[in-house]
Design a protein around this ligand. Sequence first.
Ligand code: GLN
Length: 237
Amino acid sequence: MAVVGVLALQGSYNEHLAALRRIGVRGVEVRKPEQLLGLDSLIIPGGESTTMAKLANYHNLFPALREFVSGGKPVWGTCAGLIFLANKAVGQKTGGQELVGGLDCTVHRNFFGSQLQSFETELSVPKLAEKEGGNGTCRGVFIRAPAILEVGSDVEILAYCPVPANRPSIIISSGEGAEEEVYSKDRVIVAVRQGNILATAFHPELTSDSRWHRFFLDMDKESQAKALAALSLSSID
Ligand code: GLN
């Protein structure tokens, strides 16, 4: 049975562990580099990415996390976890923010505003309908959420969210002082997949809907099938 690691430094890791339990999957807490060994996949939860980065640094986790992501095993980042996985982060308080990287996108921290602008909305996710039937809509819980502004050509977009009319202007501080960012699109990307990486700007673990966790576990099964196929090919040589 698959063993899913959940980075347990800070944030909503207990909720991910509970969501895994609900679908009969064993999740284990990860706080140290050696705890990544032997895992089949990894979830990086939501929380506060600056704090999470400080704790990850304290435990010397960044090199091992980067190795895990580039090693090809499935990794899912939700909210702050998405920020961690992005190759580039912009927006408030991003200066000096250390990232794991691997996901070819630019993410905007706190895109929708502060805690007061947190919201829930229905999202349309055709891929969920493809896998599970139904109409593919899901409840998106956005808490001080990031959004993805740009993606590379290898990144598959799974869901968009309309930009709320009350989205505050966000001041991005550039090298030469502060400048105001004007965002003109009416929707932003909030869920993507790039090979072994899944990322959502919202929190499926805070709902009773298990489809995203099952989606991720299917990625796990795909990667195990690939590893097995590679193993049987190498034993032919
Ligand atoms: N805004 C948070 C950050 O920048 C992320 C919020 C969340 O994970 N719910 O880290």
